[in-house]
Design a protein around this ligand. Structure first.
Ligand code: NAP
Length: 344
């Protein structure tokens, strides 16, 4: 069975997903595209030589008989309406972050999905598919390093555009740590606090950079996460989990080692797109394989999208208040507890 995809939003990541489904992965086919900019959708069809229909909007695409699954890669504020339309039509959805820009919006999707009686939605939190994070999780889940006590992580970009704001450090950047860390340590967040170190002169007037976030989990794990988006030297993701019996580090990206002019050197990536390239492939392959095997996607859920939205709201508030802000999650519905998915 080939999963027939419709893509809503043919910008950078939309086209990247079109490319991987068309040229790299197996089991999927792009049959429909749309974008607010019709020309962009038409160009995507041409660029990848697709046998796909260009629809005038997301509603028409979702309603198309031959679309089994919708990839949502439009800009964030448009995600909720498309995801809801697709879920209500009983179609599978792969939605890039954010699932919705508000916690209420995510909850509306959660409720719509529960009403359908099966999982339809996967959120594009690709770090869970990165080999390094998978190994870190294994070290925790097998109790190799004992109970986690502290986590230290770093999210550094060489630079960001003029329109990047202090708030975007949470909703666009830290959001990936927010998702991957609660999954990693198997615990929910309780509070968040933000401190601003001395500001780099490389940041624009409206951006506080760097920022340090302290997240506390219900079980008392303290997570320190640095976001520094004008670090200049490279795109650098680090994570260290300190447990009762040992410490585990996220592996460095493999690189050749050079010896030259009395220096030992390794390369650091500059572009975020290169860092998780394999994880992007794996998340979409898993989406397709899991639907084929069990009738439901297996990756990050709508509930994970909701957790990310609530946590991001609290972190943005903490940027403004400077105090510890509570992270208040609704009770997790039974629907999203680990459950055995029936094989179809
Ligand atoms: P982008 O290049 O700006 O692409 C977004 C595209 O969607 C643009 O072509 C835009 O058209 C179009 N669009 C906007 N509203 C739409 C609507 N209502 N219906 C259909 N198309 C619409 O942005 P991007 O970098 O691809 O990001 C897209 C989404 O993916 C964002 O939510 C972003 O946060 C997420 N993302 C996730 C990751 C990750 O690491 N998981 C990485 C990158 C992006 P116009 O240009 O005409 O506005």
């Amino acid at each position: 069975m080939t999963l027939r995809f419709g893509v809503v939003g043919t910008g950078a990541i939309g086209r990247d997903h079109i490319r991987r489904i068309t040229n790299t992965l197996s089991g999927g086919k792009i049959v429909a595209v749309t974008d607010v900019n019709q020309l962009s959708a038409e160009q995507a069809v041409e660029q990848y030589n697709l046998d796909a229909t260009v629809y005038p909007d997301d509603k028409a695409l979702v309603a198309a008989q031959d679309v089994d699954a919708v990839i949502v890669t439009s800009w964030g504020p448009a995600h909720e309406a498309t995801v809801l339309a697709a879920v209500e039509a009983g179609k599978y959805v792969f939605c890039e972050k954010p699932l919705a820009t508000t916690a209420e919006g995510c909850m509306r999707i959660v409720e719509a999905e529960i009403k359908q009686g099966k999982r339809l939605v996967q959120v594009g939190f690709m770090r869970r598919y990165d080999n390094g994070y998978v190994q870190l999780k294994e070290a925790i889940d097998t109790n190799y390093i004992g109970d986690p006590l502290m986590v230290r992580c770093v999210h550094r970009n060489p630079e960001v555009g003029e329109n990047y704001t202090t708030e975007m450090a949470v909703v666009d950047t830290l959001i990936h740590e927010i998702d991957v860390l609660h999954w990693l340590v198997n615990d929910d967040y309780k509070s968040v606090q933000v401190v601003f170190p001395r500001k780099t002169r490389n940041a624009s007037e409206h951006l506080q950079d760097p920022q340090i976030f302290t997240l506390e989990t219900n079980g008392g794990i303290i997570i320190n996460a640095e976001v520094f988006v004008n670090c200049k030297y490279g795109y650098d993701i680090q994570c260290e989990v300190i447990g009762e019996e040992g410490v585990a580090y996220l592996p460095e990206v493999p690189s050749i080692v050079t010896r030259k002019e009395a220096k030992l050197g390794t390369n650091i990536l500059m572009d975020w797109k290169d860092r998780f390239i394999n994880a992007y492939d794996k998340e979409l392959q898993d989406f397709m394989d899991s639907i084929k095997k069990t009738g439901e996607p297996n990756g990050p859920t709508s509930w994970d999208g909701y957790i990310a939205a609530v946590t991001a709201d609290a972190a943005v508030k903490a940027q403004k208040t400077g105090t510890k802000e509570p992270i208040l999650l609704a009770e997790k519905p039974d629907f999203y507890q680990k459950r055995v998915v029936e094989t179809v």
